[in-house]
Design a protein around this ligand. Structure first.
Ligand SMILES: Cc1cc2nc3c(=O)[nH]c(=O)nc-3n(C[C@H](O)[C@H](O)[C@H](O)COP(=O)(O)O)c2cc1C
Length: 460
């Protein structure tokens, strides 16, 4: 049977997320991101469209690499101002029943103990509908905000991330036994002290005694997402991720990334199908080809090349303002994001002028882009899913709420007609929706599962 296509909405608690310059469009409501009503309306819309999850990106520094200044970022609202992704979730959870929320949090600068508690709190409040997008941060300004003299080196960030995960797993999976909470009113015992454990973690980067302050939540460990596809990033994904936001704009590249991560996951003893894959995707859909093309032209007209260049400089480390137009861009390891650094430096050599032209063009080939009628877009999505082994898409917005509303009103019915999209939500927590009934907790084979008490006793 043909695989159902899942959709996640790619969002951020800010004005300019990934396609810059568009906030000025009269229909774009992104400047309302400071209002609770904005998030409530968005969550209701996505649940009406039977989306799997709302994925909220985040950064903890500003983009100040381009021209050695943050001015472009501030002027264009490029991820600054930028509010906290976690704090909008409870309001959205209160008005939805199924939609999941995957929030981004970096393992590089803040310690694991309070983060683990925040995630447990959200997992309780959402009744098991949270995920965590684990990032390691690529902006030098973030390091300065947390008291460091410079960026932590790329691969060391992943080493910190590995230990951060270990601490979290110990807190979520190992600290409280399933039977610890007894709520015995007769005896006045809420929890059995013998079944609540310190974790006594002592490692290279963290020392955490415990116990975890939260009692076990529906999923215990939130669904783990990851998005970096450097060699080290893939290794991290293969070990920890239950869902991966795969970058890359052509079928071959995405298929290769997916196959590689799944191969590495299998080598680590995990079920490779327990790693769900969501390539980034931009969709412009219209009732007719002419309507879709007109929407595309309107968005292209507003797209800010300066904003896109400032974004690219921060995420890749390549400041194109410092290049001569005919100078070639050559790959070099940067301590920014290596996925971004590779974006225009793999395959055919390109000059700075060619890269700038590509960056300023919608659908520049670095992520999946499709524009057309519902039938045309559905054909393309089906092909991408079938040819890459992906499970769905991480859908970026151009205009809020129009991008998502168009997909829900025009594309989703077409996919449903083809049996390629759910017609109702299955019950249960987020992880069950990804892995199947009865699988609310981390599956055996996942590195976090070894910290479960029952598992530890069985091994002893
Ligand atoms: C779809 C997608 C979404 C991402 N979202 C974020 C984010 O919200 N915050 C962040 O700091 N990094 C984000 N990243 C960057 C990665 O998580 C990663 O930190 C970066 O690519 C550097 O890792 P790498 O060198 O392994 O590519 C995202 C990457 C992709 C492909």
């Amino acid at each position: 049977m043909a695989k159902e296509i899942r959709l996640n909405a790619f969002e951020m608690n800010c004005v300019g997320h990934g396609t810059h310059g568009l906030w000025v469009h009269p229909e774009n409501t992104r400047h309302r991101y400071t209002e609770l009503a904005y998030w409530i309306e968005l969550a209701r819309l996505l649940e009406r469209g039977l989306f799997d999850a709302l994925f909220i990106a985040d950064v903890i520094g500003t983009y100040d690499v381009y021209k050695g200044s943050r001015d472009t970022a501030v002027r264009e609202a490029l991820q600054i101002p930028n509010n906290d992704p976690f704090l909008v979730v409870p309001a959205m959870a209160a008005v939805t029943e199924h939609l999941a929320f995957a929030c981004t949090f970096s393992t590089t600068y803040e310690p694991p103990f309070p983060h683990a508690r925040r995630m447990s709190t959200l997992d309780h409040l959402t009744n098991g509908r949270v995920g965590w997008n684990v990032v390691t941060s690529y902006l030098p300004n973030a390091a300065a905000n947390f008291g460091l003299d410079g960026m932590v080196k790329h691969d060391e960030r992943y080493a910190i991330a590995d230990e951060f995960m270990e601490v979290c797993y110990k807190l979520w999976e190992g600290s409280w036994e399933d039977e610890a909470v007894v709520r015995d009113r007769e005896r006045g015992v809420y929890a059995d002290p013998a079944k609540v454990h310190e974790i006594a973690h002592v490692g290279k980067y963290f020392r955490v005694l415990g116990p975890h302050l939260s009692e076990p939540s529906p999923q215990r460990t939130p669904v783990i997402y990851q998005a970096g596809t450097s060699a080290r990033g893939r290794e991290f994904a293969a070990r920890h991720a239950e869902a991966v936001f795969v970058g890359g704009g052509n079928v071959e590249g995405v298929r290769e990334s997916i196959a590689d991560i799944r191969r590495q996951a299998a080598a680590l003893g995990r079920d490779p199908q327990h790693v769900k894959m969501f390539p980034s995707c931009q969709i412009i859909v219209g009732r007719t080809r002419a309507e879709a093309d007109a929407k595309r032209a309107e968005i292209q007209r507003l797209l800010s090349v300066e904003g896109m260049l400032a974004h690219y400089a921060g995420s890749s480390g390549f400041d194109l303002s410092r290049y001569q137009p005919e100078e070639y861009l050559e790959y070099r390891d940067t301590d920014h994001g290596q996925t971004s650094a590779r974006r225009y430096t793999q395959g055919k050599r390109r000059t700075a002028r060619e890269v700038i032209e590509a960056i300023g063009k919608l659908g520049d080939g670095t992520l999946f882009f499709t524009c057309g009628t519902p039938e045309e877009v559905a054909d393309t999505l089906e092909r991408w899913i079938d040819e890459t082994g992906a499970d769905g898409f991480n859908l970026s917005q151009h205009l809020t709420p129009r991008t998502f509303a168009d997909v829900i009103d025009l594309l989703v019915p077409e996919l449903q007609r083809r049996g390629r999209y759910r017609t109702s939500y299955p019950p249960g927590p987020y992880r069950e929706r990804l892995l199947g009934p009865g699988q609310a907790r981390l599956p055996t084979g996942h590195p976090g599962a070894v910290y479960r008490r029952a598992a530890a006793v069985a091994v002893a």
